[in-house]
Design a protein around this ligand. Structure first.
Ligand SMILES: C[S@@+](CC[C@H](N)C(=O)[O-])C[C@H]1O[C@@H](n2cnc3c(N)ncnc32)[C@H](O)[C@@H]1O
Length: 172
């Protein structure tokens, strides 16, 4: 009886770990969060106003969303494809007392509409630059800001570039 229980538990843990790592890997990205100081700097550069809405494309464990809600008074929406990341970020939002200001959508951000975003945050790779800039041009409202970390939008002119942290700020 005990052996079966341990077997089921071990299998469950293996499946969770595989989902945790493999789903982001399938989308070509490691499930790595940005450093807190880098996120704070990126958010400050976007000139956030309390009550605005921030979208994090590929929100991982929710670190950006939680800081946006807690320190900047933003409503934060995360779109994340990894099911384990979605669960962890919901728990993190709850633990940090910001679950009423944070929403996680499980899925592919290319299939979500970003028309409500005042600020879009994305920490992805340069493979996403072209496809993302077309989507942002189509969907974002005038005045919306885009913060990209580690990659740029090749057809857009940045309003500011933080060379040390590789943070690009754009304004539509
Ligand atoms: C480098 S992590 C960034 C996490 C978080 N934004 C941060 O800065 O801490 C990138 C995340 O994007 C997610 N991702 C990649 N492509 C995606 C897609 N098309 N739709 C939704 N999530 C995606 C991955 O699962 C991963 O968790």
């Amino acid at each position: 009886m005990m052996q079966t229980l341990f077997g089921v538990l071990a299998l469950f843990i293996i499946v969770v770990v595989l989902l945790w790592v493999l789903v982001p890997a399938f989308y070509g990205l490691p499930p790595v969060s940005s450093r807190k100081e880098r996120i704070r700097r990126a958010l400050e550069l976007a000139n956030p106003q309390a009550g605005e809405t921030l979208y994090d494309l590929g929100s991982g464990h929710g670190r950006v969303l939680i800081m946006a809600a807690k320190e900047f008074g933003l409503n934060a929406v995360g779109i994340e494809t990894g099911p384990v990341q979605c669960v962890i970020s919901r728990v993190n939002a709850l633990r940090n007392g910001v679950s009423s200001k944070v929403r996680i959508e499980a899925g592919n951000f290319y299939k979500s509409n970003l028309k409500d975003a005042d600020i879009v945050f994305a920490y992805l790779t340069s493979d996403h630059g072209n496809r993302l800039q077309e989507k942002l041009s189509r969907e974002l409202k005038p005045g919306a800001r885009v913060v990209t970390v580690s990659f740029n939008l090749p057809g857009w002119e940045e309003a500011f570039f933080d060379r040390e942290n590789l943070i690009y700020i754009y304004k539509k």
